[in-house]
Design a protein around this ligand. Structure first.
Ligand code: SF4
Ligand code: SF4
Length: 362
């Protein structure tokens, strides 16, 4: 597709700002790419300031300061202040390791609106084993307490997989005890590091069934006390999710080195051309960059999506997953039960191994 006028397109609502790929933790399901951006290639704070102003002009309402671990940036407070000054609702997504209480105070003073802390499990030793970092769990508890003391809203995020899926109830109890107003229970999505560790992370069908029933029960039990968001595990779903709300439709993602992606895993698709904020404005990238226009809308979809009534609901699913499993990013996401490749998903879900994780390391 040639360049499209900005007005003819949907406006992006959210910007994921990956400030760095550095992280002290080594989660085996990390959504960062296998080839991580080096520290010397990271954008400086002045460039992030420009990105936030351009994002706000484009219609973006929320920015998620993420990584890697954003606390690894010494200029994190300046970056958060720039996001706030641009008028964006500013959310910090952190592992908690690397954010001191003093930094948190400075972030709050700079206008930070919300904090999201990831936890690996409700059991301390299991959590530290999954994170590949001793003491991470204790630091998360301490930072969560500091967030609540400051009166900032807190979300707890937990990625669930075979090693912790039996403790979803305890994870929700922990989120309540920490004072979170929301907990996100997200099953692993298999690309990047998670694809590498898929057979170690994959839950059994029985575990997935029990987890779904438990989430319903927990929602009813804790209604009015905490919001429980749950993301269905791809490999056990009947239909795919509308990944990132539709490619190039609702959100954009800026990598530490400045490449702008339609979704955080988009670099896993071979042959896509990503433009950088070092050479282009955000509005040019949103309207005209080849990667954003590659899978916009539904015209590119083959059968069975082309004639399916759900195509404007799920946009044929996830392009990264279609590429990872079929080698063709235009294909129907094989998670869909109507995909001719759906049998592959069932075969892969049945492969489970028990060995040491390949931890995510730079
Ligand atoms: S998923 Fe784990 S390793 Fe990856 S950035 Fe988050 S805390 Fe760090
Ligand atoms: S066939 Fe395509 S549009 Fe229909 S449900 Fe499956 S992925 Fe969605």
């Amino acid at each position: 597709m040639a360049g499209v006028g900005a007005d003819a397109l949907h406006k992006p609502l959210g910007l994921l700002a990956e400030l760095t790929h550095r992280c002290p933790l080594g989660c085996p399901y990390c959504s960062n790419p296998l080839a991580l951006d080096a520290r010397e290639d990271e954008l400086d704070a002045a460039t992030w300031d420009r990105i936030f102003r351009e994002a706000a002009a484009l219609g973006v309402l929320q920015v998620h300061l993420s990584g890697g671990e954003p606390g690894a940036r010494r200029d994190l407070v300046d970056i958060a202040a720039a996001a706030h000054a641009a008028g964006l609702y500013t959310n910090l997504i952190t592992s908690a390791v690397g954010i001191s209480d003093k930094t948190l105070d400075a972030l709050a003073a700079a206008g930070l609106d919300h904090v999201q802390i990831s936890i690996q499990d409700a059991d301390a030793s299991s959590a530290d084993r999954i994170a590949g970092y001793d003491g991470a769990f204790a630091r998360k508890r301490a930072l969560a307490a500091a967030v609540v003391r400051l009166g900032l809203p807190l979300t707890v995020n937990a990625v669930v997989h075979r090693a912790n899926i039996e403790r979803i109830g305890e994870i929700v109890d922990l989120a309540l005890a920490l004072g979170a107003s929301r907990v996100e229970i997200a099953h692993v999505q298999y690309y990047g590091w998670a694809l590498k560790n898929r057979a170690l992370l994959m839950p059994t069908p029985e575990q997935v069934e029990r987890a779904a029933a438990l989430v319903d029960e927990l929602r009813a039990r804790h209604r009015g006390r905490i919001v429980i968001d749950a993301v269905v595990p791809d490999y056990y779903a009947r239909y795919p999710k509308p990944c990132v709300g539709g490619w190039g439709r609702r959100s954009l993602n800026v990598t530490p080195a400045g490449r702008v992606l339609p979704c955080h895993a988009a670099e896993s698709i071979a042959g896509l051309e990503f433009w950088s904020v070092r050479e282009h404005s955000l509005v040019d990238i949103w309207t005209s960059s080849p990667a954003f226009n590659a899978f916009r809308g539904t015209d590119f979809l083959p059968e069975p999506c082309r004639s399916c009534e759900r195509r404007e609901i799920d946009f044929g699913g996830c392009r990264c997953q279609a590429f990872a499993l079929t080698g063709d990013a235009r294909a129907t996401d094989p998670v869909c039960q109507l995909s001719p490749h759906h049998g592959l998903v069932e075969e892969l879900a049945a492969v489970q191994e028990d060995r040491s994780y390949s931890y995510r390391r730079m």
